[in-house]
Design a protein around this ligand. Structure first.
Ligand SMILES: Nc1ncnc2c1ncn2[C@@H]1O[C@H](COP(=O)(O)OP(=O)(O)O)[C@@H](O)[C@H]1O
Ligand SMILES: [Mg+2]
Length: 238
């Protein structure tokens, strides 16, 4: 249970949708305290990997272990109670509900800690506190991303997986989102995120994996990947 404990271990994971192989033998690890980024273009398999880790998809082969225990095949619901969570691509907030009700929905696994968790979340996201009665539909894209992350945090996770948080957001708002991810990491949350924005996410992460059509083609520390000519050419444009 030390700081270097492997929290999430994905091994030789294969996932297919009918005849389409979305993941063809992916292995990766996330250690406690890390920010790890999964870099890949559209269709690389990022969302599939995160959804399979959560327990939404069943792998055809391979395994997912959380805190040393194999969880693949277990329901997403049970995995959330065990300390995993996923902020889905496109945020997935309930547009017709208020900010507060969205947050309370995120706490349904963990009703005992609600008031404490709400206070913590409002401290990290003061803008959501100001807007707690506002209907989520009226939030900006960045605020919706914050709400989706805050809602995930209401389940008291250990590992927070965030699928393409920067998608569709203006560069200045993307910076805010990555600042928040750094803050959450400092608060003790381990983070696995997926991104097409390789430069900004690698600036914020400790390590990364490059995913191409369902396979990991490169991995290393964030510095190594930022300096890698293939990464620069394909994902950074320099
Ligand atoms: N529900 C689905 N049904 C069929 N194919 C899918 C489905 N979801 C994803 N795929 C396919 O699986 C591959 C990986 O997709 P995805 O995991 O969404 O990649 P990414 O998140 O990196 O864009 C793509 O070829 C995509 O078209
Ligand atoms: Mg995706």
């Amino acid at each position: 249970m030390g700081p270097n404990e492997v929290l999430l271990a994905v091994k030789d994971l294969e996932v297919s949708y009918g005849h389409i192989n979305a993941l063809s033998g992916v292995s990766l690890e996330v250690r406690r305290g890390e920010i790890v980024v999964l870099i890949g273009a559209n269709g690389a398999g990022k969302s599939t990997l995160l959804a399979t880790a959560l327990g939404v998809n069943l792998p055809r082969a391979g395994s997912v272990a959380f805190r040393g225990k194999v969880i693949s095949g277990q329901s997403a619901d049970r995995n959330v109670r065990a300390g995993l969570c996923l902020v889905p691509e496109g945020r997935g907030v309930f547009a017709a509900m208020s900010v507060l009700d969205n947050l309370l929905l995120g706490a349904h696994h963990n009703l005992r800690g609600v008031q404490r968790n709400l206070a913590r979340v409002y401290e990290w996201f003061p803008r959501l506190k100001e807007r707690q009665k506002q209907v989520a539909r009226t939030l900006s894209g960045g605020e919706r991303q914050m709400l989706a992350m805050a809602r995930a945090l209401m389940s008291s996770p250990e590992l927070i997986m965030v699928d393409e948080p920067s998608l569709g957001l203006a560069p200045i708002v993307v910076n805010d989102i990555f600042q928040i991810l750094l803050r959450l990491n400092q608060e003790g949350f381990t983070i696995l995120l997926s991104e097409q924005n390789a430069y900004k996410s690698l600036k914020c992460a400790h390590r990364g994996y490059v995913l191409e059509t369902g396979r990991v083609t490169l991995s290393g520390t964030a510095q190594e990947l930022l300096a890698n000519p293939a990464v620069r050419a394909a994902y950074i444009g320099a």
